[in-house]
Design a protein around this ligand. Structure first.
Ligand SMILES: C[S@@+](CC[C@H](N)C(=O)[O-])C[C@H]1O[C@@H](n2cnc3c(N)ncnc32)[C@H](O)[C@@H]1O
Length: 276
């Protein structure tokens, strides 16, 4: 099981300072920054804000809702959701550092009343009361969690009956083991991929009904190709981007991810469920 100590892939000390430097390089400051300025960095999943907007539509929550973001990272998706719908979001993430930096970014965007990121292991959600959330989502997290049974049973426990739970994860696609480093794992030991059938079985056992499963491979390939072309034209990554979090192997990580997708080893997939 991943713990605070073994969540090393996401350890990136000093990235608050690097974010501020990246902003300055763009002639901006925390007081002036807007959502889309941060999106290349704080939406740590394939297709970035475009995917988040689609997930917001699918989730279908309103201003009275309280949403759980399972593995919230730096909180970009949580902030976009709160801004778009007026809802409240509580994020849980194993990385204390991501939560601390993410809460700073939330303050920059004036959303601290409605978005809170809390450090913790999403396979242990006992601190939340049963049936206390109206909806949940989890974006690019399951690949890091070995104990998916506890993860999804815990999410089901804290959701109200009938509540939507939307996942956007990278699944194993059948054409063999992916190569590494991947965006979520430097080595295979940090990676716990499931197939669509395995994910469905985990979710159904935890008490969810599957409503729809949508493969996003071609859209994700398009997204990576755009980013690779952009980096080429700029002669490197833009001042604010995921390389600030992923470190110096960023370029290799993106190239390997593209190959894994193109060769049918990985399938980015949206899974729309409801708690029974
Ligand atoms: C690829 S990032 C995605 C972050 C965010 N959902 C997004 O889309 O921007 C994966 C996140 O999952 C978190 N994570 C991995 N295992 C976890 C666990 N057991 N409990 C909570 N968070 C976890 C990591 O710390 C990391 O921030």
């Amino acid at each position: 099981m991943m713990t605070h100590e073994t969540n090393v892939h996401y350890a990136s000390p000093g990235h608050y300072g690097r974010i501020v430097q990246g902003l300055e390089a763009l002639g901006m400051s925390p007081a002036l920054v807007d959502f889309d300025d941060l999106a290349a960095l704080d939406e740590f999943h394939l297709r970035g804000p475009a995917a988040t907007r689609e997930l917001i539509e699918i989730l279908g929550v309103g201003a009275d809702s309280h949403v759980l973001d399972v593995g919230s990272g730096l909180g970009g998706p949580a902030r976009r959701l709160a801004k778009a719908t007026g809802c409240r979001v509580t994020g849980v993430d194993l990385s204390e550092d991501y939560c601390a930096v993410g809460n700073e970014l939330t303050g920059w965007l004036g959303l601290s009343e409605r978005v809170r990121l809390e450090p913790g292991d999403a396979t242990r959600l006992e601190r939340f009361a049963p049936s206390s959330f109206d909806a949940a989502w989890s974006i690019h997290v399951g690949m890091n969690v070995e104990d998916k049974g506890s993860l999804y049973a815990g999410v089901a426990h804290v959701l109200k009956p009938g509540a939507p739970f939307v996942l956007f994860d990278i699944l194993s696609a059948g054409a063999g083991e992916p190569t590494y480093p991947a965006p979520w794992a430097a080595t295979p030991e940090q990676s716990f991929l499931a197939t669509a059938d395995e994910m469905s079985a985990h979710l159904e056992r935890a008490g969810f009904s599957i409503i729809e499963i949508k493969d996003q491979t071609s859209q994700a390939l398009g997204f990576l190709d755009e980013n690779i072309a952009r980096m080429k034209s700029l002669g490197g990554p833009p001042p604010l981007g995921l390389h600030l979090v992923l470190g110096p192997t960023f370029k290799e990580i993106i190239a390997v991810a593209r190959r894994n997708l193109a060769e049918g080893r990985l399938a980015p997939t949206v899974i729309y469920t409801r708690k029974n």
